[in-house]
Ligand binder design. Structure first.
Ligand SMILES: Cc1ncc(COP(=O)(O)O)c(C=O)c1O
Length: 416
């Protein structure tokens, strides 16, 4: 195959030409500051307002409940820090309404944009519970219910995991949290969910929801945070009164327009795109373990509870990074898990939380399909992958000893 095969759509996606087309007038003609009062500014304001209305419609919320941000990380930070500090302040102002709220619940497999933010809040005096997950990456709803307390101010659970594709039961989780503590804010990181899952905020029952443009063929550097009316939120970026005083800074109109257009396309074509992703992804799920011995699929066994774009696995007796480099030489762009973990020596916190040994976690591979991938490309990957893994294993001192030990009775391999 001559052209490169891109299979890392969970990391980022190419800009859709239709999105670029929608953005261009706001980069070239309507560059005015949307807060100003002259004609150039009014056009920019119109574009920004239309983008907000469009995003709101797709989320099933009011336009004023949408805050444009610089991406998924900022949306997560704003939601978590904003809700935590606002709740603390509210309880200081009206202490008779509740006991001091300082407790946050999240899961062990969140993206670092959530995990590191919660860890920082712990350093600042909040308490945190990190819900464990099962071997497929699902949170335990009974454990969630037990963890919710009167002091819980915020629960943040991701909608779909970026590494192994686990789709968490967000609507059930939100119902449980609200049933036990109606004042607790429920936030979900839906960065990976947009385009293949239902993102209607009322059906999900969430108070806050994070999205990002560059995972859905939109521009990088833009995202949005949905914040339900009256949900407590303390701004984290101070300055002007943009975004109804919740996020200061001159709005990036072109990127907001791009995010809205990307969402329109992703949501409008959701069913067709999802069916296509599934057919390509299911081929990988079925064939990789057959063609490459000692492969363990990671993430949900039920493909319908897994993000449609996601294939992930661990190869025993091989370094995932080495597989990635060899794939790259063959023209295939893949990932070992999250883009942020790639290049670090630490095994993925997601795989470790799922009970996968550190050694096996080091052999992880993630292939995430996109709207322009073809079956021919998938067949190409299936053709070259077994040879790559076999070659690397042949060089590995662990391979012979390990394979022999794994194959001996009483010590079964991780999966085949
Ligand atoms: C689940 C999840 N949350 C948050 C982020 C961060 O988004 P961004 O890169 O737009 O800051 C990502 C990106 O990989 C993600 O997959």
């Amino acid at each position: 195959m001559n052209k490169r095969v891109y299979l890392d759509h969970a990391a980022t996606t190419p800009l859709d030409p239709q999105v670029l087309e929608a953005m261009l007038p706001y980069l070239t003609r309507f560059w005015g500051n949307p807060s100003s009062l002259y004609a150039e500014a009014r056009e920019a304001r119109k574009g920004l307002d239309a983008a907000r209305r469009s995003v709101a419609e797709l989320l099933g919320c009011k336009p004023q409940e949408v805050i444009f941000t610089s991406g998924g990380s900022e949306s997560d930070n704003l939601a978590i820090r904003g809700a935590a500090y606002a709740s603390l302040r509210q309880r200081r102002i009206r202490p008779w309404r509740s006991r001091r709220g300082d407790h946050i619940i999240t899961s062990a497999i969140e993206h670092h944009a959530v995990l590191h933010t919660v860890q920082q809040l712990e350093k600042e005096g909040f308490r945190a519970t990190y819900l464990p997950v099962d071997r497929y990456g699902f949170i335990d709803l009974a454990a969630l219910e037990r963890a919710v307390a009167a002091e819980t101010v915020l629960v943040s659970i991701m909608y779909a995991n970026n590494e192994v594709g686990t789709v968490e039961p967000i609507a059930d989780a939100a119902r449980i949290v609200k049933g036990k503590n109606p004042r607790a804010v429920f936030h979900t990181d839906a960065v990976q969910a947009v385009g293949t899952l239902d993102i209607n905020v009322d059906r999900l029952g969430v108070d806050m929801l994070s999205i990002a443009g560059h995972k859905i063929y939109g521009p990088k550097g833009v995202g949005a945070l949905y914040v339900r009316s009256r949900a407590p939120l303390q701004p984290q970026q101070l300055g002007g009164s943009q975004e109804r005083n919740r996020r200061a800074g001159t709005e990036d109109v072109a990127r907001a327009v791009g995010l809205a257009r990307a969402m329109e396309l992703a949501c409008g074509e959701r069913e067709a795109r999802t069916a296509r992703y599934r057919s390509l992804r299911d081929r990988l799920l079925a064939e990789v373990p057959v063609r490459v011995p000692y492969t363990q699929i990671t993430g949900p066994a039920d493909p319908m509870r897994r993000l449609a774009i996601n294939f992930s696995c661990c190869f025993q007796f091989v370094e995932g990074e080495a597989v990635l480099m060899a794939l790259d030489l063959q023209g295939i762009a893949a990932s070992s898990g999250s883009a942020c973990t790639s290049g670090s020596l630490e095994p993925s916190h997601v795989l470790v939380a799922m009970g996968i040994s550190e050694e096996l976690a080091r052999g992880s591979l993630r292939l995430t399909v996109g709207k322009d991938n073809t079956l021919e490309e998938i067949e190409h990957v299936l053709a070259v992958l077994p040879g790559i893994v076999a070659k690397l294993r042949a060089l590995s001192p662990l391979w012979r000893a390990g394979a022999e030990a794994a194959a001996s009775p009483g010590n079964p391999p991780a999966g085949n």
